[in-house]
Ligand binder design. Structure first.
Ligand code: NAP
Length: 303
């Protein structure tokens, strides 16, 4: 999301290009081979700069997985406000633009970025069929959608939804709250009941964004001195010593311990942090430490 420069219409500079190439090369050298895009990221420049990289490295196409999303229209109309659009013509047009910017013939995965209440699931099903039949997309998924929304879509379509990209992390664990606290006073008004259970039942891969909590436990802009945040930062530092691993890797290990298909997406463009993140699957985070991290980050005990 952070590649290609700033979120405006200025062109990609040589510096932006060098930065993006360094990030992609570092990811590849760290055995990260899955890249998440969206048509809106840096207003198309993230895909464009990735396409510039691919043009110079054709041979990599078959060994990496490229995903993109569409369905959000930024700053539209007199109100200059964001809208969602999953209508057939719009999505097909966006996918064609994505492929052009990335300089590739097909996407491994395409996701509808956010739910558009005005598009009937049948229309999305038809769009997916067209994209698949024309060889433009291999697999499909959604983002920011509930189990119910996926279930309803599947009533209208035989194209399987294989992915759901959602915000989930130590500092934003609502998905888990809804599985565990659904009938207690601790339940939160976040309408995604049962997504983890649904994912297990239907083999939907959960991709987590905000996985590093945007630096909440480090020096990022969200850095906070709230007690639960400060306590979690302290515990992460202790566990980093105990497991001899970086905090970023621990954050991802915490996410990936859930027993469903779960893939953390990282948004860091810091080369050192990318390398650190790649250590996550070598950590055998204990059950006790997983629970201590969860309850500390929530700042409350379990019932
Ligand atoms: N589907 C959706 O609606 C949606 C929404 C948002 C994002 N996404 C996707 O998910 C990816 C990840 O999401 P994200 O970027 O929001 O979340 P993230 O990976 O939690 O956060 C990345 C940001 O946090 C900073 N950061 C992380 N750890 C830090 C630390 N210890 N100290 C200081 N800064 C730190 C990074 O800065 P540095 O670069 O300096 O490390 C970067 O700016 C995005 O790139 C995008 O592909 C999807």
């Amino acid at each position: 999301m952070g590649l290609g420069g700033s979120w405006d219409s200025s062109p990609i500079t040589k510096k932006d290009q060098i930065k993006a190439f360094d990030v992609i090369n570092t990811a590849l050298e760290s055995n990260i081979n899955f890249f998440d895009h969206a048509d809106i990221y840096t207003l198309g420049k993230a895909e464009k700069v990735f396409g510039m990289f691919l043009k110079e490295h054709h041979h990599l196409r078959a060994s990496i997985k490229i995903q993109s999303k569409a369905g959000i229209q930024l700053h539209e109309g007199a109100l200059n406000s964001n809208r969602y659009n999953s209508s057939k013509n719009y999505i097909i047009n966006q996918v064609e633009g994505i492929l052009k910017r990335l300089q590739i013939d097909y996407l491994d995965v395409f996701l509808i970025h956010r739910p558009d209440p005005l598009t009937h699931p049948l229309e999305i099903a038809e769009t997916f069929h067209i994209l698949k039949e024309n060889g433009l997309v291999k697999e499909f998924g959604v983002s920011n959608m509930s189990a119910t929304q996926i279930d309803v879509f599947q009533q209208f379509s035989d194209v399987p939804i294989k992915y759901n990209q959602l915000q989930f992390s130590l500092g934003h664990s609502q998905l888990l709250h809804n599985e565990v606290f659904f009938n207690t006073e601790n339940s939160v008004p976040f309408n995604n009941f049962g997504m983890l259970a649904y994912a297990q039942k239907h083999a939907v891969e959960i991709q987590t964004y905000g996985s590093l909590d945007k630096g909440l436990y480090g020096t990022g802009s969200l850095n906070s001195d709230l007690k639960n945040v400060a306590d979690t930062r302290k515990l992460l530092n202790q566990l980093s010593e105990k497991y001899q691993t970086p905090i970023a890797a621990l954050q991802l290990a915490w996410i990936s311990k859930l027993p469903c298909k779960i893939v953390p997406i990282i948004g860091t463009t810091n080369l050192e942090r990318i390398i650190q993140c790649a250590e996550f699957d070598q950590i055998d985070l204990s059950r006790e430490d997983w629970y201590d991290l969860w309850t500390t980050s929530m700042g409350k005990r379990l019932p």
